[in-house]
Design a binder for this molecule. Sequence first.
Ligand SMILES: C[S@@+](CC[C@H](N)C(=O)[O-])C[C@H]1O[C@@H](n2cnc3c(N)ncnc32)[C@H](O)[C@@H]1O
Length: 212
Amino acid sequence: MPRRAHPLFARWYPGFAAPLEPRGLGERRARLLAPLTGRVLEVGCGHGVNFPHYPAAVTDLVAVEPEARLRDLARERAAALERDVTVLDGQAEALPLESGSFDAVVTTLVLCSVEDQDRALAEIHRVLKPGGRLWCLEHVASSNRAVRAGERVFDAAFWSHAFGGCRTGRETGAAIARAGFDTAGLAPRRYPDLPFPLSVSPHLIGSARKPA
Ligand SMILES: C[S@@+](CC[C@H](N)C(=O)[O-])C[C@H]1O[C@@H](n2cnc3c(N)ncnc32)[C@H](O)[C@@H]1O
């Protein structure tokens, strides 16, 4: 499936995202990834910002990233950490990986950006072992229907073009359930938790299980 590349986004995203890490995002990543063990796939790893947070119990780490510049930075990050990570070119909708071969799949701030969410989630489901889990930290659509309608207009007019295909109005939890996952381990959270509404504040954090 051909994917529209976002080279400009790939150039500015690492610098844009860096200040968010010490402001709570890094801590959320660390908490999300702490329970992981075994063979893990990260989809849309960007510049490898999650790599320092994988525990030693992760014995084999594979990452897929479609943007060449981000892939290079991810490889550099893995080398700097002296962490063995296989970083592959690919996209979520057609994972270049064997079925039923991962204990866990990770997506952080990625399911908002994939072009075909249902196809991406079907692929994630395919590569997981039975009983394996999708661990995610994703911003999702507002639960308020009027705000959600506004988000879709905002996405079409501006956000999606500026932010590498990202959409703020996606109902990712429903899509994960539709793909056949048990979503009981996913919890709604606000980040950043500001006193005023921000279209990227509603998040879904936790894990969804592929039935055994
Ligand atoms: C907002 S960035 C998040 C990067 C990183 N996961 C993080 O937590 O900072 C979105 C990432 O999703 C990747 N992406 C976009 N479309 C994708 C697709 N179809 N398959 C896999 N990754 C994709 C982008 O290249 C980018 O690395």
